[in-house]
Design a protein around this ligand. Structure first.
Ligand code: ZN
Ligand code: ZN
Ligand code: ZN
Length: 349
C-alpha cells in the first residue's frame, strides 16, 4: 500500500478477504467489508448475525458488527481515515456498495484491490504449494479412476456427476466444475455437460477441479471411447508435445507470454494455429483462475512460487476438441508439475 500510495484497502466478497483473515463474506445484500487503513488497525464490518462465524484475530483486525437498522456503508465510510485520498476496493465487491461509498466519500480516488493483493497471492509459500499439491493429487486419482470406467451409453451429465462425487469423496470440500464434452461438444472449450449420450468413437474431454482445504485443483484429461482414429491420435500427439514444451519453458525469469508462445508455436507448426482459441494458462490458488496469466502480452517474468495451469487445446468445430492440462509451479530448480496422472489418450469402453 505504501508503494502504491493507497491509503485504505477495502475487501468484501471474493477470495482476498478469506486469504487474509480466514473469513469468507457471504455474497449477500448485507455488506461485509474489511477496512484496512495503511497506518491503523483493520476493522471487519459484518452484520450482527454473521459475527458468530468470524474467528476474531485481535492483532489483525477488530470487529464492528452492525445491527439491522444501521447503515453499513456509512460505517465503512467513517472508518476510512478522513486524510485518505486513495482507496483500493476488492474486485468482486458489489457495484451497489462501491457506488454508495463513492457517493459518501466523493473526493477519494479508487483503485482495484487486486493491485495490492494479486502480487501477494500470486507467489505461493510452502504451505500453499503443499495444499495445491494435495488438491492436485486428489484429482489425479479421479482422472486415473475414470480410465477404468465405462463411458459409452452414459450421458455427459452422468459422467460429470460421477467426477464431482469422486472429487468430494477424495477430500475436496467443493467441486467447482466438471466439464465433460463428448465428440463435437469438445470443440467448445467450456461446454456444459449435457444430455448427449456418449458413443463409441467419441473423444471425451474431461476438465474438472474443486477446492480442497481452501486451495483449488484443475486438470484436463482426454478419453477415447474405443480405439481412436489416426487423425485423433496424430492431433493429440501434437497437443502433448505442445504441453510438454510449454511446461519445460516455464523457467524462473521467463515471461508468461513466452510460455504461451512456445505452446502456440508447436500447434501452429502442425497447422492448427487458428484452432487454439484461448490462452495457455492461468494462475491458481484460493481462486481457480488468478494471476499470473500465461497469455501473449503478459511480460511478467515467472518467479519461484508462481503456480499456474499449462493447458493448450486444439478445437475442430463440429468434430472434436482436445485439451491437456496440468498445474505447474515455477521453482529455482525448474518447473514442477503437481499433476501426475498419465497424460496419454486413455482408451475406455
Ligand atoms: Zn477453462
Ligand atoms: Zn481446467
Ligand atoms: Zn484451467
Amino acid at each position: 500500500m505504501d508503494e502504491l500510495h493507497v491509503d485504505t484497502l477495502l475487501l468484501s466478497v471474493g477470495a482476498d478477504l478469506p486469504w487474509l483473515t480466514g473469513y469468507e463474506a457471504m455474497p449477500l445484500e448485507r455488506l461485509t467489508m474489511l477496512v484496512v487503513p495503511r497506518e491503523a488497525t483493520a476493522t471487519l464490518v459484518v452484520a450482527r448475525l454473521e459475527a458468530p462465524r468470524v474467528r476474531e484475530e485481535p492483532e489483525v483486525f477488530s470487529l464492528r458488527a452492525w445491527e439491522e437498522t444501521e447503515d453499513p456503508v456509512g460505517i465503512v465510510a467513517g472508518l476510512i481515515p478522513s486524510s485518505a485520498r486513495t482507496v483500493a476496493v476488492g474486485d468482486q465487491t458489489w457495484a451497489r456498495f462501491v457506488l454508495e461509498l463513492q457517493r459518501e466519500r466523493p473526493a477519494l480516488q479508487w483503485h482495484r484491490g487486486a493491485e495490492i493483493t494479486a502480487p501477494l497471492r500470486m507467489v505461493k509459500d510452502a504451505a500453499e504449494i503443499d495444499a495445491l499439491a494435495s488438491a492436485a493429487h486428489a484429482v489425479d486419482e479421479v482422472a486415473v479412476a475414470m480410465r477404468e470406467r465405462p463411458f459409452a451409453g452414459r450421458t455427459e451429465a452422468e459422467v460429470s456427476r460421477e467426477i464431482i462425487e469422486r472429487m468430494l469423496a477424495l477430500g475436496h470440500e467443493r467441486a467447482n466444475f466438471a466439464i465433460v464434452a463428448a465428440g463435437p461438444n469438445g470443440a467448445s472449450p467450456h461446454h456444459d455437460a449435457g444430455d448427449r449420450r456418449i458413443a463409441e468413437g467419441d473423444v471425451v474431454l474431461c476438465d474438472f477441479g474443486g477446492t480442497m482445504a481452501g486451495y483449488c485443483s484443475d486438470i484436463t484429461r482426454m478419453y477415447a471411447v474405443g480405439e481412436p482414429v489416426g487423425e485423433v491420435r496424430d492431433t493429440y500427439a501434437v497437443l502433448m508435445e505442445a504441453q510438454e514444451r510449454a511446461v519445460q519453458a516455464a523457467q524462473v525469469g521467463v515471461a508468461c507470454a513466452e510460455v504461451d508462445r512456445v505452446a502456440r508455436s508447436v500447434i501452429a507448426a502442425a497447422g492448427f494455429g487458428d484452432r487454439f482459441i484461448h490462452r495457455t494458462g492461468h494462475g491458481i490458488g484460493v481462486d481457480a483462475h488468478e494471476d499470473p496469466y500465461l497469455v501473449a502480452g503478459n511480460d511478467l517474468p515467472l518467479q519461484p512460487g508462481h503456480a499456474f495451469s499449462v493447458e493448450p487445446g486444439i478445437y475442430l468445430p463440429n468434430r472434436f476438441g482436445l485439451r491437456l492440462e496440468d498445474i505447474v509451479v515455477a521453482t529455482a530448480d525448474g518447473p514442477e508439475r503437481l499433476n501426475h496422472a498419465p497424460r496419454d489418450l486413455a482408451v475406455v469402453g
